[in-house]
Design a protein around this ligand. Structure first.
Ligand code: SF4
Length: 428
């Protein structure tokens, strides 16, 4: 056992010393692609327009590009190392995986970030890591990257640190002083799923660490109200990521978990990442990835709770009897079809909260309707100009020149509004 451990340490040191930076970048940027939680909304405004420092969280600096699979690509997104002493079944970097390993030193990540930034490739850094030696050691290395960037280079760009829940709370507190956003992956929607698929992790520990971060963020905000120079702590808040489809959790369970996390820890975002089968996968994992459309439907349900006034229980009501959200229609439409008694909604009279329930009507369109109806009566054409497709909306609205009569109650309404199977295949 001892011999094995020594060999592992030697391989680790040798590889990191020998491989050129570009080779390691290839490995560690690729290894980071499984992490979806990299959007950088909501951070504090900082820039270097006055000639001081380098970087910015504003303007062009913070417009994000997303890859076709929805992952953010405007940040330099990498792992400090893909070595790991944990053995999470769903993870390609787990200790029993045969993957090629690499590691950066904190200074190397700093150099890469600055040189990518100067070439205008990125606007910030998203840094995560496998756990090497110990949780505390790894956390110290992550913090060191952020410290050097901020303290030695006056870097004012965006930094998102993925923190390690098993590390000392003192280290987590330091991370928040340098980073704009901190995050801890909750990993799986249920505690049972976590103990089965990530045996080295503990749900109480993860949630305890999220709780500590949430208090520190709230305390710092409070202190800033009273003292202008009070230190900032993760001004862009904390987020988390849940893997979808690796365990048997239903969408209703995932929605319930996400809503608890938002309520308890004031999270900025919960990210959903469809589980991707990995090479030499453990036998406890499913063989097939869930459809990407499932991830998309979960994001839509998340938006219903955050921006459309839906209670978690209402989103769960949109699910099928097996707890899964339908794939052929979005969750708002699924809910409307189940609660047809709430429709049609009169666009000239209904309050904002009822307008937000109309399938196909987004928050901007609702605001535009509310503003327009102060001066004139809303007609169907007005709504058509505000939305992508009026077809989905017709059965659920009344305007001065339109009333759906029996359309809202038609038995085949769902079939008429569902996404055709061919279009669904695009997401498969
Ligand atoms: S701790 Fe993180 S990097 Fe290590 S095996 Fe688990 S998920 Fe992968």
């Amino acid at each position: 056992m001892m011999l094995l451990a020594l060999r592992w340490v030697r391989t680790y040191i040798e590889h990191m010393a020998q491989a050129p930076v570009l080779d390691r970048l290839k490995i560690l940027a690729d290894a980071a692609k499984y992490d979806a939680s990299c959007a950088s909304s909501g951070t504090a405004k900082r820039n270097s327009r006055d000639g001081k420092g380098i970087g910015s969280t504003e303007g062009m600096g913070i417009c994000h590009a997303y890859a076709p699979d929805g992952r953010c690509i405007s940040l330099l997104k990498l792992l400090l190392t893909n070595h790991c002493i944990f053995d999470c079944h769903y993870c390609i970097n787990r200790k029993s995986s045969n993957v090629v390993r690499a590691r950066f030193t904190p200074q190397e990540v700093v150099d890469l970030t600055l040189s990518f930034y100067r070439r205008n490739y990125i606007e910030g850094l998203f840094l995560s890591s496998g756990i090497v030696k110990s949780s505390n050691h790894t956390m110290e290395q992550l913090i060191e990257v952020a410290r050097i960037l901020r303290e030695e280079h006056d870097f004012r760009g965006y930094i998102h640190l993925k923190t390690i829940p098993e590390a000392d709370p003192e280290l987590m507190a330091q991370a928040g002083l340098w980073a704009d956003r901190v995050s801890i992956n909750v990993e799986l929607p249920t505690d049972a799923g976590l103990s089965r698929l990530a045996p080295d992790k503990s749900a109480p520990q993860i949630e305890g660490a999220m709780g500590n971060l949430s208090h520190a963020i709230a305390d710092a905000k409070d202190a800033q109200k009273h003292f202008r120079r009070a230190p900032r702590f993760a001004p862009a808040g904390q987020s988390t990521q849940m893997i979808v489809g690796a365990d048997g959790a239903s969408d209703a369970q995932i929605v319930g978990k996400a809503s608890t996390l938002y309520d308890r820890f004031g999270l900025r975002r919960v990210y959903y990442s469809a589980f991707s089968p990995i090479p030499e996968a453990s036998a406890v994992l499913p063989l097939k990835r869930p459809p990407l459309l499932r991830e998309h439907r979960l994001y839509q349900s998340d938006w219903l709770m955050r921006f459309y006034g839906f209670a978690p229980a209402e989103v769960q009501q949109a699910a099928e009897p097996d707890g899964m959200l339908p794939l052929d229609i979005d969750p708002k439409l699924a809910w409307a079809l189940k609660f047809r008694g709430r429709f049609p909604v009169d666009l000239n009279r209904a309050p904002r909260e009822d307008l937000l329930r109309v399938p196909g009507l987004g928050t901007k369109a609702v605001s535009a309707i509310l503003a327009a109806r102060r001066h004139r009566t809303i007609r169907l054409d007005d709504v058509a100009r505000l939305t992508v497709s009026i077809k989905k909306m017709r059965p659920f609205i009344v305007t001065v020149d339109w009333r759906p009569t029996l359309l809202t109650d038609r038995l085949d309404l769902r079939a008429r509004l569902a996404v055709p199977a061919k279009q669904m295949e695009l997401f498969a």
